[in-house]
Design a protein around this ligand. Structure first.
Ligand code: KIV
Length: 285
């Protein structure tokens, strides 16, 4: 998936999305079949160790978007607008949009719709694709009284559906639904023309998104119900580190093949063979 035009809902084909925050992981996603990448403001939690997404800033998002773009040059890439970035003046909102788009994003994700309809419309009319985000919106964690499943009553489900229709009307090309009952997500998905991307929202959504670290099991202590762990990355990496440690302690690393031998007298002089390249995909690092 290379552009917003590929981002279509289809009864035959769901959309897969994964979060990503750095160039190394992005290169792995680039090599995978996963459709598209979200540089989520969850970066504040997964990469910076915060307990909420609130400390994410526009500068932080742009920094990580640029790194991900270098690692994944062809995947469709969405950036979150972080906490309150779209709630100040239109000028500051557009500066935030510009920062993440210039860094390499092809779309922005915006949490919530109440009070943001005109802003989303303006961003879309400026030529920037927007994906909405409703249900559990982590930037409102304190307003919601914690990270809790949303729309758990018929009335709250009706309100969510009405919000979703407004997100669509504002011009969003898709909608993330986070932590809502499957029945509500199915209702919203059926009512919309744009695709829904679920996380903890059941199987009826048009696609799914998971956090890279969660699906790879890199965080041993984080296991919400909606995550499926496709690998035990924590154990895999810890065991590799322990093997490296043991080799160093025992003196078996580095071996001769991992070391440089002194050139023979004939070949002595400045080395001509680079140890590794200094040229990145974009030119010189
Ligand atoms: O920030 C994020 O990673 C997200 C996804 C979980 C949807 O918003």
């Amino acid at each position: 998936m290379k552009s917003v035009l590929d981002f279509r809902r289809s009864p035959e084909r769901k959309i897969s999305m994964v979060t990503c925050y750095d160039a190394t992981s992005a290169a792995i996603v680039e090599a995978s079949n996963v459709d598209c990448i979200l540089v989520g403001d969850s970066v504040a939690m997964t990469m910076h160790g915060h307990s909420t997404t609130l400390p994410a800033t526009v500068e932080m998002m742009a920094f990580h978007v640029a790194a991900v773009r270098r690692g994944a040059p062809t995947k469709f890439l969405i950036s979150d607008l972080p906490f309150l970035a779209h709630r100040g003046s239109l000028e500051s909102t557009m500066n935030a949009v510009r920062a993440v788009m210039v860094a390499g994003a092809q779309a922005v994700k915006i949490e919530g719709i109440d009070g943001s309809f005109e802003t989303i419309k303006h961003i879309v009319e400026s030529g920037v694709p927007v994906i909405g985000h409703l249900g559990l919106t982590p930037q409102s964690v304190h307003g919601l009284g914690g990270f809790k499943v949303q729309a758990t009553s018929q009335a709250a489900g009706d309100a969510l559906l009405e919000q979703a229709l407004r997100v669509q009307k504002a011009g969003a090309f898709a909608l993330v639904l986070e932590c809502v009952p499957s029945e509500i997500a199915a209702r919203v998905t059926a009512a919309l023309d744009i695709p829904t991307i679920g996380i903890g929202a059941g199987p009826a959504c048009s696609g799914q998104v998971l956090v890279f670290q969660d699906l790879l099991g890199l965080n041993a202590s984080f296991k919400p119900k909606f995550v499926r762990k496709y690998a035990d990355g924590f154990t895999f990496v810890t065991e590799a580190l322990n093997r490296y440690h043991a080799d160093v302690i025992e003196g078996t690393f580095p071996a001769p093949k991992e070391s440089y031998a002194m050139p023979t007298e004939k070949t002595q002089g400045p080395s001509t063979e680079p140890v590794y390249s200094t040229v990145s995909k974009e030119g010189h690092a």
